[in-house]
Design a protein around this ligand. Structure first.
Ligand SMILES: C[S@@+](CC[C@H](N)C(=O)[O-])C[C@H]1O[C@@H](n2cnc3c(N)ncnc32)[C@H](O)[C@@H]1O
Length: 383
């Protein structure tokens, strides 16, 4: 087995969650600027892709160095052991980004990195002609930050939020990685009721079900590194078998969602079916103000409209008020609402137990948390 420097990338504000997940997989990591860095073998690469619920992608770091000039970028890229990563037929496009660096022309940096790799590979594979690049994809990135170039290969392919179950989506769907993060930030356990009153395309309830049954979020998709010649098929077979063994398909769940829009409900049902939860996660059409329950100690996670669109503000604020009144009755439930509306607590009618800043894409939001009463001791023991 080889040893690789692995980077799990994380959206702003999600680093601690990704680091926690990486630790749970058994790897010690370092966190820096949206990157969770750790070392591991081929199994670590496969497991990270398959299991990390809140990371954006998995990358392999090939090298990192200071580069103030194009010459330095070229020479230091050429000095890296590319032949250990790229076979002769590799397809290796180069993408790039540059932040606060002397080398700010991204297209030039990409071209130079490409040229340096080609040069190195020509020498190693003893070729004078161009490479056909008709084999597996190794997407390379040169990322400059304060004159430090980090060169990586993407091991995921499509971003990890693409779980493979979301065929249909509404207007403002939450990324699956973010939905998983919301569930993981609650005190929910699979034996408690879980409810999303603004379910849209169903992302939050579906992610809760995946977590509840300990199903690997990537079980339903493939990864670009499955095609790599140095990632043996046995590794992928082993980690998929392991994931199958770890899944708790018998875990009973009480997960449901509703939405004011019946088209959304249909979409959520289709997506849940795609994820394998057709019978397990229940969806219905309903307005949040009609929510009632006789159940206790449940968890509500909701991503309501934020009221940012013109003409929507008043209606949304009114709906926040109604929500506050309805949820006031649920003193054993814990309630988590994600919104960018900074006056949410006023409309809802109560200050949150705790607020956590999160970015929903580029929108700065807060997760307003209202913790419910704890179960009495004997109930806690039963749970
Ligand atoms: C931001 S979207 C939720 C997106 C969802 N998390 C997803 O991943 O697809 C907000 C949803 O709230 C629904 N909604 C708006 N007002 C509502 C109300 N009063 N009661 C229930 N649902 C409402 C909208 O139809 C919309 O689907």
């Amino acid at each position: 087995m080889g040893k690789y420097e692995i980077i799990a990338t994380a959206a702003m504000g999600m680093e601690a969650l990704v680091a926690k997940e990486v630790r749970a997989l058994g790897y010690d990591s370092k966190v820096e600027n949206g990157k969770i860095m750790y070392s591991g073998d081929e199994y670590a690469i496969a497991r990270s892709n398959l299991w990390l619920r809140t990371a954006d992608r998995i990358k392999i770091k090939v090298g990192e160095f200071k580069a103030y000039t194009f010459d330095e970028l070229f020479e230091r890229t050429k000095a890296l052991p590319w032949e250990e990563f790229l076979p002769e037929d590799a397809e290796f496009p180069v993408i790039g980004k540059s932040v606060k660096s002397k080398l700010f022309s991204v297209s030039d940096c990409q071209a130079i990195v490409k040229k340096a790799i080609v040069e190195r590979m020509k020498k190693h594979y003893k070729r004078n002609s161009w490479f056909e690049e008709n084999g597996a994809l190794y997407r390379i990135e040169v990322a400059l930050l304060k004159d430090v170039a980090t060169i990586t290969i993407d091991a995921s392919g499509q971003g990890l939020h693409k779980r493979g179950y979301r065929a249909a989506q509404g207007e403002a769907p939450l990324k699956e990685t973010m939905a998983a993060a919301l569930v993981m930030l609650t005190n929910w356990h699979p034996d408690k009721p879980f409810y999303d009153p603004f379910c849209g395309s169903g992302t939050i309830p579906i992610e809760a079900a995946l977590i509840g049954q300990n199903i690997a979020p990537g079980f339903n998709r493939d990864f670009v590194s499955e095609e790599w010649n140095w990632m043996p098929q046995k590794v992928w077979d082993d980690v998929r078998t392991e994931a199958e063994d770890l899944a708790k398909y018998d875990q009973e769940l009480d997960i449901a969602g509703s939405d004011i829009d019946h088209r959304m409900v249909k979409m959520a049902q289709e997506n849940a079916f795609e994820a394998g939860f057709g019978d397990l996660v229940k969806f219905k059409q309903m307005q949040v103000k009609d929510f009632t329950t006789t159940k206790e100690y449940g968890v509500i996670v909701g991503n309501p409209p934020y009221g940012e669109r013109i003409g929507e503000k008043n209606a949304v604020e009114m709906m926040y008020r109604e929500m506050g009144q309805v949820f006031r009755e649920l003193d054993t439930w814990s309630i988590y609402i994600l919104t960018s509306n900074e006056e949410f607590e006023q409309f809802y009618g109560r200050p949150a137990t705790k607020k956590r800043k999160l970015y929903n894409g580029s929108i700065k939001t807060d997760l307003y948390q209202y913790w419910g009463k704890r179960p009495p001791r004997n109930k806690e023991l039963e749970n």
